[in-house]
Write a protein that binds this ligand. Structure first.
Ligand SMILES: Cc1cc2nc3c(=O)[nH]c(=O)nc-3n(C[C@H](O)[C@H](O)[C@H](O)COP(=O)(O)O)c2cc1C
Length: 189
């Protein structure tokens, strides 16, 4: 079982990074092969809506997103981690999501499996936000659920924490880290 972690925060070692690391530890403790990619270290251009993917189901832009497509295809489980930035996912995460338009084309236009081989895949979303208001994560959740649906990845839930702002503040909430570890175990069982 391969678990792909996608770190969407530009803040290295920040709150979503810490949560993602625990999820991956939990998955590894159950024997999964885990790999984390860090979007802020990759060069992923935003989608230009050039429509060249419409005929091929492939993006013609040859940047680091090509490696991400390969990783997505190989993964059995996908853990997407992004803090809230202006109520949505980070720009790094959104650029990666928008480039999945080529996979949307595979599914809805070319009637192909979006990630190549058809098998059961599951996805988990991790997020934090500074504010403490009702429905804080709804806009980001809508985006992430849309991504997973497009990829034929079953949405297996989210782990979201409001009121978390300073770098590393989530570590003061050991229960959150524990929940993340257990979520990682649960994801591969
Ligand atoms: C550009 C930017 C926009 C943000 N927008 C929001 C927001 O809309 N809602 C919110 O609750 N927190 C917002 N935050 C706060 C972050 O979500 C918060 O600091 C979070 O803990 C960062 O997680 P990280 O350490 O994983 O990067 C924003 C932070 C930045 C830098």
């Amino acid at each position: 079982m391969r678990v792909l972690g996608i770190a969407g925060s530009p803040r290295r070692g920040g709150n979503t990074d810490l949560l993602l690391a625990e999820v991956m530890k939990g998955a590894a403790s159950r024997g999964a092969k885990v790999k984390t990619i860090i979007l802020s270290r990759l060069n992923i251009a935003p989608c230009q809506h050039c429509d060249s993917c419409l005929k091929t189901g492939r993006c013609k832009v040859k940047d680091d997103m090509q490696k991400v497509y390969d990783e997505l295809e190989r993964a059995d489980r996908i853990v997407l981690a992004s803090p809230l930035h202006f109520m949505g996912v980070t720009a790094q995460t959104k650029a990666m999501i928008d480039r999945c338009q080529a996979l949307w084309v595979r599914k809805y236009v070319l009637k192909q499996p979006p990630l190549g081989s058809k098998r059961e895949r599951k996805g988990l979303f991790i997020s934090v936000g500074a504010r403490k208001v009702a429905n804080l994560f709804e806009p980001a959740l809508a985006t992430v659920k849309s991504l997973f649906r497009t990829l034929d990845v079953t949405y297996s839930g989210e782990l979201v924490f409001p009121g978390v702002d300073e770098k590393g503040a989530i570590a003061k909430n050991p229960d959150a880290l524990k929940q993340a570890f257990l979520a990682g175990q649960g994801l591969v069982e």
